[in-house]
Design a protein around this ligand. Sequence first.
Ligand code: NAG
Ligand code: NAG
Ligand code: NAG
Length: 411
Amino acid sequence: MAILRSSSICTAFILLVSPVLFQASLARSLDGHWNPKNPSCPTTIFNFGDSLSDTGNVNLVFPFISDPENPPYGEKFFGRPARRFCNGRLVIDFIAIAFGFPLLDPHTLTVAHNYAHGANFAYAGATSSRDNFFVPFYLGLQTAQFLRFKSLTLAAQQEDDAFEDFNRYLPEASSFSSALYTIGIGGNDFLSSFFRMENPQQIINEKVPLAVQGIVDAVKILYQQDARNFLIYNVPPEGCSSVFLTVFRDLGLPKDDLGCLLPVNLVNQAFNAALYKAIQDLRSSLPGVTISQFDYYSANLEILKNPATYGFNPALTQTTCCGAPGQGSFNYNLNITCGHPGSSACSNADEYVIWDGIHFTEAFYRVIAKFVLNGQYVDPPVNLTSECNLSFENFGQTTYSETFPGGSLLL
Ligand SMILES: *[C@@H]1O[C@H](CO)[C@@H](O)[C@H](O)[C@H]1NC(C)=O
Ligand SMILES: *[C@@H]1O[C@H](CO)[C@@H](O)[C@H](O)[C@H]1NC(C)=O
Ligand SMILES: *[C@@H]1O[C@H](CO)[C@@H](O)[C@H](O)[C@H]1NC(C)=O
């Protein structure tokens, strides 16, 4: 994909964060707020998306039924199931750690939440478009939930005396305009079509425009609410995942040179191209907006093409770590999925790209997070690591308590 230029993310941060606001955050840091290293960098992140970034919303609104309630989900880093569709941390977790923030709490957390540095509105299973959803929390509803969160936060801060004890766990009023808004969604919009074996061209004609429009609408609504800094992820190649390679194994579908299913990836490519174009249009129609786009698709392909460079076993890039044999050759069995009796996890998950057939391993997300923060596969290529003096020091830490001394995570 071609590279498009616009004003850099950090230029916009510098314009938006005045010294007065910086002093306000310093003052509040005494109350437990983070003390920003660089006043031009965000102190708050609001995230929207699906299972690639859900840190617990689905688990909290649909208790006791989602796979990540069961071991071995979360075994790495958290040491127990941690509401995430992963063996450990997600990209959004690594981003929070690099910024020195607490992990981003799901907005539905009713006990011991800390939203001082942002909140997560992502739901596993969520689609961008309202059409065809699995869970009701499509992107439009996530943005509506954000609007309610914002209005309640501002109202509570108007009555600081009454809510003094609570307000320190809420974002500052000024941070809604300076925050980084991250959006990664779209992969689920095509799943039901894939499973119904719809023709790729039909999906591209009918579903792709709706999925892209969902993201466009969300950006416009957030922009009207003073959001100015966005990071938008496109979708990774779903045709490379063990679930599709297993379920469609006997259909003789064409594969690309990496052994991924072409018809599936063609739909993802069409979505990504349309999203890219839509983001260009948003940049020209929304004055003062800064939108960085992370090319998840190309970053994922780079890892599949050169797995050893990133620490992955070249023989295992399409194999599920946590699953069961019995169907095809990727250790994925639709009847015996990760977290259910009969499945088991590999002992060397860091060598695997794929965790449970659909979702990725912590090791994969760690590499992706470094790409995102270093400005690789990011358009325009803003290097947050250097601009914001971020640190990867804790990326390898093996436990939550080592990474957050004195901190605690209710699970
Ligand atoms: C950057 O961060 C390191 C610690 O990670 C710190 O020692 C250094 O002073 C920071 N530099 C600036 C310019 O804030
Ligand atoms: C999986 O379940 C389906 C329906 O329950 C059954 O027809 C099929 O034989 C099962 N496959 C395996 C490998 O157990
Ligand atoms: C981004 O900045 C970091 C820290 O200065 C540096 O190590 C990294 O190579 C940079 N990334 C790119 C793509 O230039």
